[in-house]
Design a protein around this ligand. Structure first.
Ligand code: PLP
Length: 358
């Protein structure tokens, strides 16, 4: 099979062992073999960040958006406001979700090229103390590739006795993650974990899950229902069985390769080679180089250069890059170096980029 190298921010190029896992025997999700696989997955996810010992993952079938929406469904209050601190598409999308859920919120709509607006967050929290039940934000804002620093926002929120809900869909398992004053973290199997798009999950504080007070206005996205069923390894609904196979194998491979710190280093090395190559070719980054996450970078299309031409040239060689979203459409391109990419494949990519921008 010809390898397609996905340089979009999820889904990723699968390793051979994850792909092989998709071929395992058919299995009913009510059988004990399914339950033991799920329990092993929960155990492994729980070990990715040893500091998250007061948290439990809850698995559901759906893409990363399902995890973010389930997190807001289950934990965002229906009576008190959630303060969303956004600086891109994914932060703003949480406001759309809460609108559809009929829950109160306030959106701090930050500049997409800037960091989180802590001043505005502080002003909102201080203006009406007691009005908010949570702060919601995005760890890695995939719109630009910026890694948001969650810790200062969480510390600020703590001063007002408000916990934080984090969309860590595009950072979980690779970036360092601070769980202090965090209530829940939404994540997925098909980004930094290197499984297929199928199973996503939310890590939430165990005491909150045990207390069982759900804010959900949805049956499918109520994490408390999953949490109860999952204690014995099951799910209230049919899970993606092949997704479970892939996630199980991807997690085993993740630990075989050295876990989160090792993944972070692999990504950074690849990312730096892309940044250095494009800098040498005179291509400018959208945001400061130091603001990028470990694997996703965004670049301004040089004058007279067309996104489609770049995309199609690389696609013909087996590499899929990613366009800009929203206001950035047609102005930028993005390169994500997640997934199973081999050294020779990275080297060929760098050569292709050099040739294109010559
Ligand atoms: C990818 C992503 C999501 C979820 O997207 P899906 O297309 O549903 O997988 C949510 N938040 C962020 C920050 C993401 O990068």
């Amino acid at each position: 099979m010809k390898r397609e190298i996905l340089l979009n921010p999820g889904p990723v190029t699968l390793s051979d062992r994850v792909r092989a896992a998709l071929q395992r025997s058919d299995l009913c999700h009510r059988e004990k073999e399914f339950a033991s696989l799920s329990l092993e997955i929960l155990e492994m996810i729980g070990k990715i960040y040893p500091q998250a010992k007061d948290f439990r993952p809850v698995l559901l079938t759906g893409s990363g958006t399902a995890a973010v929406e389930a997190m807001l469904q289950s934990f965002a209050s229906a009576s008190k406001k959630t303060l969303i601190v956004a600086n891109g598409v994914y932060g703003e999308r949480m406001a759309t979700m809460l609108t559809k859920q009929g829950k109160p919120f306030e959106l701090i709509k930050g500049e997409w090229t800037e960091g989180l607006n802590l001043k505005a967050a502080e002003a909102a929290l201080a203006a009406s103390p007691g009005a908010y039940s949570a702060v919601a934000t995005v760890h890695h804002e995939t719109t630009t590739g910026r890694l948001n620093d969650i810790s200062p926002l969480a510390a600020l929120a703590e001063k007002f006795s408000v916990p934080v809900l984090v969309d860590a869909v595009s950072s979980f398992a690779a970036e360092d993650l601070d769980f202090k004053n965090v209530l829940a973290v939404a994540a997925t199997g098909n980004k930094c974990v290197h499984a297929i798009p199928a199973i996503s999950f939310v890590l939430a504080r165990t005491d909150v899950l045990e207390a069982g007070k759900s804010e959900a206005r949805s049956l499918y996205l109520d994490l408390f229902e999953y949490y109860k069923a999952q204690k014995t390894g099951f799910s209230p609904f049919t899970q993606s069985v092949q997704g479970i196979y892939a996630l199980h194998e991807a997690l085993r491979e993740f630990f075989d390769l050295g876990g989160q710190k090792a993944r972070l280093k692999t990504y950074r090395d690849r990312r730096d080679s892309v940044l250095d190559t494009l800098a040498a070719a005179g291509v400018k980054t959208l945001i400061d180089r130091s603001a990028f996450s470990s694997y996703l970078t965004s670049f301004l299309l040089p004058e007279g250069r067309d996104y489609d031409a770049l995309h199609d040239t690389l696609k013909a060689e087996g590499y899929t890059i990613y366009a800009g979203q929203g206001n950035f459409s047609g102005k930028i391109f993005r390169i994500a170096v997640m997934g199973d990419i081999r050294t020779d494949e990275m080297n060929k990519l760098l050569q292709l980029l050099k040739d294109f921008f010559k």
